[in-house]
Design a protein around this ligand. Structure first.
Ligand SMILES: [Ca+2]
Length: 462
């Protein structure tokens, strides 16, 4: 059994034609969906780059794997807890050939890979530097294509008598959303519709209303030096939206092509039937929803992630609506490889769902915890807490935890003891916080108990 684990940076579910996008055509994503399973309720557990990547590698939540945020904590860089194994380490130990190419974004050198070539930090789109097994090198060309080349080089050079695990991770479509020149002029004559919550007055969501640095066009304006002069603020926002979303689409076309190259290689080398392919993104993204860009908040545009899995011999075009989380991948990979899953793995194998037989006791709740820049995390005391909202940086998003079922979402901004409750059936855009509605009080009590249960289930109670 071989493993091809593919991940992008900040890709949303809506940006794939297999998920209904009529403007952006993504044949390789669609192929994985057609030959595998497309998950419609896949969620990350902490919508930020490094924490998501740590959860993916270990199958454990942030409080177990050691990486809660992207930033330094009390002057220290967070690192993966060395006592928590990653799936590449376990596969390498079992004799797999393991490789990592592209974006990594965990501050320490990768472990568990026979060979690795990664962008330093966020990396660059053109003629980027890479770190190859500890040595800095520079490659000419466009990052997405180079990452594809590196994946193919590894596959070409591998020992074909041993199984492989290739972790294939794109920088794209991360800001500054820079497409390959061959895609730069696509969609020129198209007007892409804005999301339903493009304007939002945050009337019932206090914390959301304070997240000033998440504001869409205010924050993205500095990325563009060719905004026409003399236009109104709303015209400027529309101009930025069209450029932003088109550049994301263009950038994603490069990803789609480079996924296609590797899928073609598997076909041409008789590997397709012996390779588990997982495609996902580190988290979702606000593409104008709630008048925001970026991620962090537990609202669906950031929490929901694209997830396509093609099992080794494929299944026919199946859509799965079970609630799954990014901590499930490690368990799934180890299951397919017939390797023991260590106790530190908190997710569950998705193999039964991929086999078309989800267990009767499959979970009905996703758990989420975003930490970045709480004073609690940064080791500061009550004195700092006395300054309202001063900890909401960067992006002024307060730390929060919560649960999501298919019907409800409960969020607790615990530094402020501020709660939100959404009925996702009546209010899928999460605009009407019903926490203080007297009619919901029995439901609030029930959901708060369920939140506590999930915290205890995953050991996140301190
Ligand atoms: Ca990211």
């Amino acid at each position: 059994m071989n493993i091809l684990f593919i991940m992008t940076d900040d890709h949303t579910v809506a940006e794939m034609s297999c998920a209904g996008n009529a403007i952006l055509q993504t044949p390789s994503f669609d192929r994985l969906a057609r030959e595998g399973v497309r998950f419609t309720n896949a969620f990350c557990t902490n919508a930020l780059c490094a924490p998501s990547r740590a959860a993916v590698l270990t199958g454990a939540f942030s409080h177990v794997n050691g990486i809660r945020g992207n930033s330094e904590v009390a002057g220290q860089v967070e690192s993966l807890d060395p006592s928590v194994a990653t799936f590449p380490q376990l596969l390498q130990f079992a004799g797999y050939q393991t490789a990592l190419v592209g974006k990594y974004h965990i501050r320490q050198d990768p472990k568990g890979f026979d060979t690795w070539t990664i962008h330093p930090g966020q990396g660059e789109y053109f003629d980027p530097e890479f770190i190859h097994n500890g040595e800095t090198i520079r490659k000419e060309g466009y990052a997405t294509d180079i990452t594809g080349d590196l994946a193919l080089e590894f596959l070409e050079g591998r020992d074909s008598d041993r199984p492989f695990c290739l972790v294939y991770q794109f920088k794209a479509p991360h800001r500054p959303f820079t497409p390959a020149p061959r895609h730069a002029n696509l969609f020129k004559d198209v007007t892409i519709p804005v999301p339903a919550t493009y304007e939002d007055d945050y009337a019932t969501r206090k914390i959301a209303g304070l997240a000033e640095d998440m504001k869409f066009h205010v924050s993205l304006e500095r990325d563009y030096d060719d905004i026409p002069d003399g236009i109104s603020e709303s015209e400027k926002k529309d101009w930025i939206y069209q450029r932003f979303i088109k550049d994301r689409y263009r950038t994603l076309l490069g990803v789609d092509e480079n996924i296609g190259r590797v899928l073609d290689y598997l076909d041409a080398n008789d590997l397709t039937n012996d390779t588990l392919v997982i495609y996902t993104s580190d988290h979702g993204y606000f593409c104008g929803e709630h008048d925001w860009y970026d991620k962090r908040f537990m609202y669906d545009p950031a929490m929901r992630i694209p997830l396509l899995i093609r099992p080794p011999r494929g299944v026919a075009d199946h859509v799965a609506d079970e609630i799954v989380m990014n901590v499930d991948y490690a368990a799934t990979i180890l299951d397919y490889c017939d390797l023991e899953t260590p106790d530190t793995v908190q997710g569950r194998s998705l193999k039964p769902i991929l086999d078309g037989a989800p267990p009767a006791n499959w979970r009905d709740t996703a758990y989420y915890h975003y930490y970045e820049n709480s004073w609690e995390l940064h080791g500061k005391g009550d004195e700092a807490m006395a300054e309202p909202y001063s900890y909401f940086t960067p992006h002024r998003v307060g730390p929060h935890r919560g649960i999501r079922t298919n019907h409800h979402k409960l969020i607790h901004y615990y530094s402020e003891d501020y709660w939100e409750l959404f009925d996702l059936v009546d209010d899928p855009d999460e605009l009407r916080n019903r926490f203080s509605d007297p009619a919901t009080q029995p439901l609030v009590t029930d959901l708060q108990a369920r939140l506590q249960e999930e915290r205890e289930r995953y050991g996140d109670v301190n």
